[in-house]
Design a protein around this ligand. Structure first.
Ligand SMILES: [Zn+2]
Ligand SMILES: [Zn+2]
Length: 260
């Protein structure tokens, strides 16, 4: 995977199994050129996100490792930030307090329901309703101006929840908003190991991103060293087949493109 990046990984400070340094070493072993951490930061108190007290520890870890492994691998500082409508100011001030290279904006909650870890409320709404609730939140996240990358765009399908009727318009509207707000969409290869067994977003959406000139990046959503750059060959094949010749990377929240 020479020349490749992985911008979505979790350490033990959120819900990952390995330390930052173990992740860095594994990234080097896999021949990655660049890795970026993206521990969960969530305004709601949940056991899978970093505790507030650990945020300065995370910053220091990443800055120290960046120096220690300089010349072997480039280490980026990102976070995976939960989007909550109405809490944009709090999210913004948290983001602005950190020396970040990029922010992945993810929707893991519909209201108070953490739909990607708690299966108990599926069935309360029709799947079409769920798709609307979820993608409307993604649209708000994209319009908020808070984020650089939209995380696992169609994660609402995680537990094999698919719409009952055609949702092309909803998806198109969402992609248009992403495009107008100059956001990057990640090809999250971790979806292949989730119940949906599919890239997030799915290949059809990857194709629409290309057609709409929405830049993409690639990431594994690794929660342990063995998952870093997982399924990258298939992922890069898909991106190339669709037409992508370059992918997005970030320095200090500024987008740059590199060739694949
Ligand atoms: Zn996520
Ligand atoms: Zn994640």
């Amino acid at each position: 995977m020479v020349g490749m990046i992985d911008y979505h990984m979790h350490s033990i400070l959120s819900d990952g199994k390995d330390t930052h340094e173990e992740m860095v070493k594994a990234g080097i072993e896999k021949g990655l050129e660049e890795i970026g951490f993206s521990d969960h930061v969530c305004l709601k108190s949940v056991n899978w996100a970093i505790s507030e007290i650990d945020i300065p520890v995370m910053t220091q870890q990443i800055l120290d490792l960046r120096e220690k492994y300089n010349g072997q691998i480039t280490i980026k500082y990102g976070i995976e930030m939960d989007y909550f409508p109405g809490r944009e100011d709090e999210i913004r001030s948290l983001i602005n307090s950190l020396p970040l290279d990029y922010v992945i904006g993810s929707v893991h909650f519909i209201g108070d329901w953490n739909f990607d870890s708690d299966k108990s409320l599926y069935g309360k709404w029709s799947n079409d309703e769920l798709y609307h609730m979820y993608f409307e939140l993604v649209q708000m996240a994209a319009k908020s101006g808070l984020f650089d990358i939209i995380g696992h765009l169609d994660i609402i399908k995680k537990f094999r929840v698919y719409p009952e009727s055609d949702q092309t318009q909803l998806l198109e509207d969402t992609l248009k908003i992403i495009q107008e707000n100059n956001l990057v969409v990640e090809l999250n290869t971790g979806g292949l190991d989730r119940p949906c067994a599919d890239f997030t977003p799915s290949p059809a959406l990857v194709e629409r991103c290309y057609q709409l000139h929405i830049p993409m990046t690639i990431s594994s959503d690794a929660h342990q060293t063995s998952q870093i750059a997982r399924h990258y060959e298939t992922g890069i094949d898909l991106l190339r087949r669709v037409g992508f010749k370059e992918l997005a990377a970030f320095d200090n929240r500024k987008q740059r493109m590199f060739r694949i």
